[in-house]
Design a protein around this ligand. Structure first.
Ligand SMILES: [Ca+2]
Ligand SMILES: [Ca+2]
Length: 219
């Protein structure tokens, strides 16, 4: 049971190396593109998933060539839905692509060529150059920590730009909310790190564009 859980986590949370073109792909192997079939879509379909969103999803993986299952059965009682951020390589590339625009309750069958899954090496028990099929069901979609909702919360004077004071104020509140207030030195260190990574033009402000790395179009 434990091993199965570990192997499930491993196979999904390793982003596949993009393999070179495989000339020996079998006839039932898919070339190049992700194929999406919507199995069920709720009438009220929102919010729709976008790059950077936090997703909670249940999925089963099968080999295209014989339909054998290699990943987390739904019937497995230990198979809890997985949390991950969409579009940033926490799951195989084919799922990052195939799970865009999904809402809670939606189910899809996503067929992924090996180049966007486990590549020419495969990943035990997935053999080399294997097209894989995932049946996914979305439980929840929420805007990730880098959403524009969060940006607006931090941007107290609403000038669409974040100063160090605004970010620090926000962090303090978050840490206090979590019951873990920290000292000044701690915040200074985090702030230096945040601005080094995000303030690309080094003007001392994080603009909406600098913040919005997942390209949500909500502004
Ligand atoms: Ca501001
Ligand atoms: Ca800047």
């Amino acid at each position: 049971m434990m091993w199965r859980l570990v192997s499930c986590t491993l196979c999904l949370f390793v982003s596949a190396q993009l393999s070179s073109w495989s000339v020996r792909a079998a006839a039932d192997e898919l070339d190049g593109e992700v194929k999406i079939e919507v199995l069920f879509r709720p009438e009220e379909c929102s919010p729709k998933s976008k790059r950077g969103d936090l997703m909670n999803v249940h999925y089963d993986g099968f080999l295209a060539k014989d339909g054998s299952q290699f990943y987390c059965s739904r019937s497995d009682k230990a198979g809890h839905p997985q949390w991950f951020v969409l579009g940033v390589g926490q799951v195989i590339k084919g799922l990052d692509i195939g799970m865009e625009d999904m809402c809670p309750g939606e189910k899809r069958k996503i067929t992924v060529p090996s180049s966007l899954a486990f590549g020419e090496k495969g990943k035990d028990p997935v053999p080399p150059n294997a097209t894989v099929v995932f049946e996914v069901e979305v439980y929840s979609v929420s805007r990730g920590p880098r959403s524009m909702e969060a940006f607006r919360k931090i941007d107290q004077n609403e000038d669409k730009s974040l100063t160090k004071d605004e970010v620090k104020e926000y962090l303090k509140l978050e840490y206090e909310k979590g019951g873990k207030p920290r000292d000044e030195a701690f915040y200074e260190k985090i702030m230096a790190d945040i601005f080094r990574k995000n303030d690309q033009d080094k003007d001392g402000h994080i603009s909406a564009k600098e913040y919005n790395i997942y390209e949500h179009d909500e502004l």
